[in-house]
Design a protein around this ligand. Structure first.
Ligand code: SIN
Ligand code: FE2
Length: 216
């Protein structure tokens, strides 16, 4: 039995329901955050954060990297998953075990069993960086949920509807919070408002988000 399951039995995660099949699990990642950050550092040594451009040529304000058998990338040729890191020209770093077990534990608390992500997108936001409203829809199937871990500076996450113009909920996300959405909510538009200036004790002047998906 892994740590997260034990934790849930002893002390239920603070679960905030945000939609029929969407939840925020407050502080869910905190018990293993040191392990997470160590694994993240290892990943970023092999595949560093870098600036990517949208197909339309706009620079994204968050810097990105990936791990797992598939990594999400974007450039002039479009949004896609690739088995190779275009920067290193080698496979993306392996998905760390702690990412897999955290993602599976969070998904199961949210009601999604057997979540085995093959792709992990890493987004690093300096103050002022944001992520425009979008849907996660480059994955081959939408049956698996999205599991999203927030680290470092807080963010205001926008959780919208199924059209870009639908109203959005604004959800504050803090270091260690994990969001899970899937099922009927899998294709909701979502985004991140510009990160407010600040300094986080462990991560400094940045927010890091890791998003785990079943892409292939
Ligand atoms: C994303 O949707 O790719 C990022 C979400 C986040 O940074 O919280
Ligand atoms: Fe997304």
């Amino acid at each position: 039995m892994d740590l997260f399951t034990e934790q849930d039995l002893q002390q239920p995660a603070r679960v905030e329901r945000i939609s029929a099949q969407g939840v925020v699990l407050r502080g869910f990642a905190l018990p293993r955050v040191d392990e997470l950050l160590a694994a993240l550092r290892g990943v970023l040594q092999q595949s560093p954060l870098r600036q990517m451009h949208t197909p339309g040529g706009l620079a994204m304000s968050a810097r990105l990297s990936s791990c797992g058998t598939l990594g999400w990338t974007t450039d002039r040729d479009g949004y896609r998953y690739s088995p190779l890191d275009p920067l290193s020209t080698r496979p993306w770093p392996a998905m760390p075990e702690v990412f897999l077990s955290l993602a599976d534990a969070a998904a199961s608390v949210a009601g999604f069993s057997d979540f085995v992500p093959d792709a992990c997108l890493i987004n690093a936001y300096a103050p002022g960086a944001k992520m425009s409203l979008h849907q996660d829809k480059n994955e081959r199937s939408y049956t698996a949920p999205i599991v999203s871990v927030s680290l470092g500076l807080p963010a205001i996450f926008q959780f919208g509807g199924f059209a870009r113009s639908d109203p959005t909920q604004r959800i504050s996300l803090f270091h260690g919070d994990v969001m899970v959405w899937g099922g009927v909510d899998r294709l909701r538009f979502h985004g991140v408002m510009p990160i407010k200036p600040g300094r986080h004790g462990l991560l400094g002047e940045q927010r890091i988000n890791i998003t785990l998906r079943q892409a292939g």
